[in-house]
Design a protein around this ligand. Structure first.
Ligand code: 13P
Length: 256
């Protein structure tokens, strides 16, 4: 059975002090909610800014929450000013890292080839990549959604270690931060396409074991409907993850 994964992407929000205040309020509420008693089937992850990782990692120690990185470089060390080393993420005991988020692709020029190198580098140090894929509005309106997301998936997995785990996040670019959510049919279809592609690119076992999360304007008011889709195994949440109570409500969403 795949775990249900509720992941926060804080993007470039929260200082170390704000991170401390968030977890001080959030962690006791999460434990009290009872979700933590079933950690095998409900994973709660936070992708925090790199400058907050060290502090966040200390704060969540001993809880049922994991902290991950939003970005990583593919070389371990060297003259790469401003980049995050996968080896250092591993030393910080960071179990997950995002790769290929649409903001990295659109604003920082991250290419399919680079996502492949990042996935390989993360696997090499034992970190699970969460590979993000998603079409723009133009691509959707041009009938190219499936082609784009399968291409991004295939490229991102090209150099992976097939013995290691991955997580996939489907984030339609037009739904990110816009308040527009993919309809259950749109999201359900994209997730089914990705699940099938995982089987073709890897194996039936890979398709079965890999959580595929939906991201794009997920909020407590729409999360239950999204979670009802067969191939949706959780959420990757931006805006609604910044507030303790809204993110807690998302963690409590029932998976039908
Ligand atoms: P929003 O939830 O703010 O739309 O952001 C989604 C996202 O980009 C998560 O990675």
């Amino acid at each position: 059975m795949r775990p249900f994964v509720v992941a926060a992407n804080w993007k470039m929000h929260k200082s170390p002090a704000e991170t401390g205040a968030f977890f001080e309020a959030f962690l006791p509420k999460l434990e009290a909610s009872g979700i933590a008693k079933d950690p095998a089937f409900r994973k709660v992850l936070f992708f925090v800014p790199a400058l907050d990782l060290y502090v966040a990692q200390k704060l969540v120690k001993g809880s049922h929450v994991c902290v991950g990185a939003q970005n990583v470089y593919w070389e371990t060390k060297g003259a790469f000013t401003g980049e995050n080393s996968p080896a250092v993420l591993a030393e910080l005991a960071t179990p997950y890292a995002l790769v290929g988020h649409s903001e990295r692709r659109a604003l920082f020029g991250e290419t399919d080839d680079q996502t492949a190198k990042k996935v390989k580098a993360l696997h090499a140090v034992g970190i699970t990549p969460m590979l993000c894929v998603g079409e723009t509005l133009e691509e959707r309106e041009g009938g190219r959604t499936n082609e784009v997301i399968v291409r991004q998936l295939q490229a991102g997995l090209a150099e992976r270690d097939a013995t290691k785990r991955i997580i996939v996040a489907y984030e339609p670019v037009w739904a990110i931060g816009t308040g527009k959510v993919a309809t259950p049919d749109q999201a359900g279809e994209a997730h089914a396409v990705l699940r099938k592609a995982l089987a073709t690119l890897g194996s039936a076992a890979l398709a079965d074991a890999t959580p595929i999360l939906y991201g794009g304007s997920v909020k407590p008011e729409n999360s239950a409907e999204i979670a009802r889709q067969k191939d949706i195994d959780g959420f990757l949440v931006g805006g609604a993850s910044l507030e303790v109570d809204s993110f807690l409500a998302l963690c409590q969403t029932a998976k039908a």
